[in-house]
Design a protein around this ligand. Structure first.
Ligand SMILES: *Cc1c(COP(=O)(O)O)cnc(C)c1O
Length: 348
């Protein structure tokens, strides 16, 4: 893939903003170049200084953790930032398109809509596997990015590498695989394919398994040319000091992540077993994520009963192939017991 053919012309020609910390990257010295408050901050912590715009220390640690070189890592203010930047980097508004496979995560379409980039949609099959390769829309040259979510939100299933790899054959577009839930899947995901496919982009996030949704940190892994393009158009200081510090602290506790994943998987199994016994449950879709998509006989009645008792789940019943489906995040043991108790109250 030639990134110069894929990127929008104005982005290729763009002279990005060069921040003070881009122009002087040394350490120490008397910093009178960024109009910061040289006296300090009103609270302790060194926050009077701008953060490292390249997030070098954090990238080193993520690189070590993922066994990937720093120049293949982009950090965003949540993976949502990476989704938006990818679209803006390669899709010409009013002309190009993205392709999604609904039902899936809503941000791909929202970001495309905001950027006036059209959205081609090929629904997943009834069992939520990818549509067969013959689908004519797949060959549309206007499509510059395919977004896949694996494990998929809201359906919970993962797509086999064998189903994803054929999509990478067309070199005139990017294939973005959103792996927000990969840590719950017990599989390594697509990172191992990165070095062979320079049009592959993998998104991950600190929001789910790491338990850090509040600090807003997402990662995009891709060929260095794609990463350069994203860095060129991101806000100069898109990851703040607090987030960089907390993420580095988290990376020193990978065992805590493993513990969480173990507990969540045990609770997911508990929920599956308990839900299976209920008459009101029609189907529990197999999940490789930290949530279950469940088809009820009467989802609106269930949803209403739960909300009346202060338990909030996600109504996905209007999504393709998701009639009467609610998406339930795996909670703590007591939360899950309470949920099951409420559902038992509605049994005939
Ligand atoms: C939760 C989620 C994300 C995470 O987004 P952040 O902006 O990193 O919090 C990304 N993709 C999918 C499919 C998700 O469900």
């Amino acid at each position: 893939m030639d990134i110069r053919k894929l990127a929008r012309r104005n982005i290729l020609n763009l002279h990005p903003y060069s921040s003070a910390r881009d122009e002087y990257t040394g350490s120490g010295g008397i910093l009178l170049d960024a109009n910061e408050n040289a006296f300090g901050a009103v609270i302790p912590g060194g926050y009077n200084r701008y953060p490292d715009p390249r997030q070098q220390a954090l990238k080193n640690e993520i690189g070590k953790y993922q066994k990937i070189s720093d120049d293949r890592i982009f950090l965003g203010n949540g993976s949502d930032e990476a989704i938006d930047l990818l679209i803006r980097a390669v899709c010409e508004p009013g002309q190009d398109a993205i392709l999604i496979f609904p039902p899936t995560y809503g941000m791909y379409k929202v970001c495309a809509d905001i950027n006036n980039v059209s959205v081609r949609q090929i629904p997943l099959q009834n069992d939520f596997t990818l549509p067969t390769r013959g689908a004519a829309d797949l060959n549309d040259p206007a499509i510059k990015i395919i977004f896949l979510c694996s494990p998929n939100n809201p359906t919970g299933n993962i797509f086999a590498a064998d189903a994803i790899l054929p999509l990478l054959q067309n070199q005139n577009r990017l294939v973005v695989v959103d792996e927000a839930y990969i840590d719950f899947s017990g599989t390594p995901g697509m990172l191992g394919f990165l070095s062979e496919h320079d049009n592959l982009v993998i998104l991950q996030t600190f929001s789910k398994s790491w338990g850090l949704a509040g600090i807003r940190l997402g990662t995009a892994f891709a060929h260095p040319d794609v990463i350069d393009l994203l860095n060129k158009i991101k806000y100069p200081y898109n990851i703040n000091i607090l987030t960089q510090e907390k993420a580095r602290e988290a990376l020193r506790h990978p065992g805590a992540l493993t513990d969480f994943v173990e507990q969540i998987l045990a609770q997911r199994a508990y929920l599956e077993k308990a839900l299976e016994k209920l008459q009101n449950v029609e189907h529990i879709f197999p999940s490789q994520a930290n949530f279950l998509l469940v088809r009820f006989k009467d989802a609106p009645a269930i949803f209403k009963h739960l909300i009346e008792h202060n338990v909030i789940v996600r109504d996905r019943s209007r999504a393709v192939h998701c009639e009467n489906c609610l998406r339930i995040t795996v909670g703590t043991p007591s939360e899950n017991r309470l949920l099951i108790g409420l559902l038992e109250q509605l049994e005939g």
